[in-house]
Each structure stands twice: as structure tokens, then as C-alpha cells.
Design a protein around this ligand. Structure first.
Ligand code: DX5
Length: 222
């Protein structure tokens, strides 16, 4: 699945960007929510996301790169996000945080920064429908893919298989995903691909970029 990051879009025309992404054939839209504390950048509040909700029927997921996911969760669900991705590093009580997200009626998901081992999520795999393995240090688009995350993606895949959750839980990757890096991530087990620059900067436009990424990933997983 292709989950574009809206980060590289023209922020004065976010609704148009959402519509264009939907027309380009993406599977869902990822909103990179940054609070300026957990990561050194500041992006979308819930009202910004809510203002684009009626521009497509595609699912929205909020990647909460924030220190206070518990306080923010409800607002992003009410803004129209059906999945919330919280960072394992950003909450003291991850198990409770994920359970609270499910209580709000959204799908709960967990993200791991590059230095965080998969063991950090070993005891919450029953609470999530997606694990996000960051392939850059979060905060900005356009960074270089960290290929040393591929063994970590394999490790998460193995943990899901051992827990009998491999069919229910997606593995998502985010950061530096492009034509020259997607095969490694997909072959390692990623089935949801977040891309920003690779889509918005593709010379042949969003549609061509989405199809190219999807076919490269599919071939790598065959
Ligand atoms: C993390 C952000 C970026 C963004 C995608 O800071 O989450 O990874 O979504 O960035 P690209 O695809 O431009 O590397």
C-alpha cells in the first residue's frame, strides 16, 4: 500500500494535494504531525486535517511525532483520522496509550525511531494493526534512507509471525522511500510505504510515481 506523506505539499493548497493524491491512486493519506518538541519541526493541528477531510473518502492516518499523544489522540480522531501512530519513545505507558486509542474507535499503531529496538513493542503487538519502522530520524522530509533498518524490519516481521499476528498487522516504513530504496524495504517485510519527496518530486507526476513505487515494491515481495 502507498501512504503518501503530505509534508512536501504546498501548505496553502492542502485540500488540492489530498484530492490529487487520491486521483494518483494512493491507498491512504499520512499526516506527519509534529509538535516542535519530540521532533524539531511543527506541522499540522487537527483543524488543518479536518479542513481537508471532505476532499476524499480515503482513510487518513496521523503519525503523531509528539510528546503528548494521550492528550492529542481524541482531537485527531475527531478530525477524521482512522489510525493513530504513536511513537514508543513518546509515552511512558505505551500499552495504556494504545488501548486508549482503540477506545476512541481508531486503529492503534506504534512507530520505532531508528535507534529503538523492536523489543520495545514485544508486549503490545496484540494492540496494534500497524508497526512503523522509521527509515530516517523523524522531523523532515527529503532525508536519506537508512538501509541498516532492513534487518530491523525483518526482525519485526519475525516477531509478528511468532506472535501469530503477521496477517493482521501491517509493517510500514517512512523516510527516504523511493524507486532506489523501496525494494530493500519491501523485501524485508514492509507492505505499507510512506513517501513524500519521491512522489511530489517525480518528473512524471504523482500518478506515475505511485504506480512505479507500487510495482517495484510488489516485485520485491514476489
Ligand atoms: C519524518 C517524516 C518524513 C516524511 C517522508 O520526518 O515522516 O519521513 O514522512 O519523507 P520523504 O519521503 O521525503 O523522505
Amino acid at each position: 500500500m502507498i501512504a503518501p506523506s503530505v509534508l512536501p505539499a504546498d501548505f496553502s493548497r492542502l485540500g488540492d494535494a489530498v484530492e490529487a493524491l487520491a486521483q494518483a491512486g494512493v491507498d491512504l493519506i499520512q499526516w506527519d504531525v509534529m509538535d516542535g518538541q519530540f521532533v524539531p519541526n511543527l506541522t499540522f493541528g487537527p483543524d488543518v486535517i479536518a479542513s481537508t477531510r471532505d476532499r476524499t473518502d480515503l482513510p487518513f492516518e496521523a503519525h503523531l511525532m509528539v510528546w503528548t499523544p494521550d492528550a492529542m489522540a481524541r482531537h485527531y480522531v475527531e478530525a477524521g483520522c482512522s489510525r493513530l501512530i504513536v511513537h514508543a519513545e513518546a509515552t511512558t505507558h505505551l500499552h495504556r496509550t494504545l488501548g486508549n486509542i482503540a477506545e476512541l474507535g481508531a486503529s492503534a499503531a506504534v512507530a520505532l525511531n531508528p535507534a529503538t529496538p523492536p523489543s520495545a513493542i514485544a508486549h503490545v503487538l496484540d494492540l496494534v494493526d500497524l508497526v512503523l519502522v522509521m527509515t530516517v530520524n523523524p522531523g523532515f522530509g527529503g532525508q536519506r534512507y537508512i538501509a541498516t533498518m532492513e534487518p530491523k524490519i525483518r526482525e519485526v516481521q519475525a516477531m509478528l509471525e511468532a506472535a501469530g499476528r503477521a496477517d493482521e498487522v501491517h509493517i510500514e516504513v517512512d523516510g527516504g522511500i523511493a524507486a532506489d530504496t523501496v525494494a530493500g524495504a519491501a523485501a524485508a517485510g514492509a507492505n505499507v510505504l510512506v513517501a513524500g519527496s519521491a512522489l511530489f518530486r517525480h518528473p512524471d507526476g504523482l500518478g506515475a510515481a505511485v504506480s512505479e513505487l507500487r510495482s517495484l515494491a510488489t516485485a520485491a515481495r514476489a
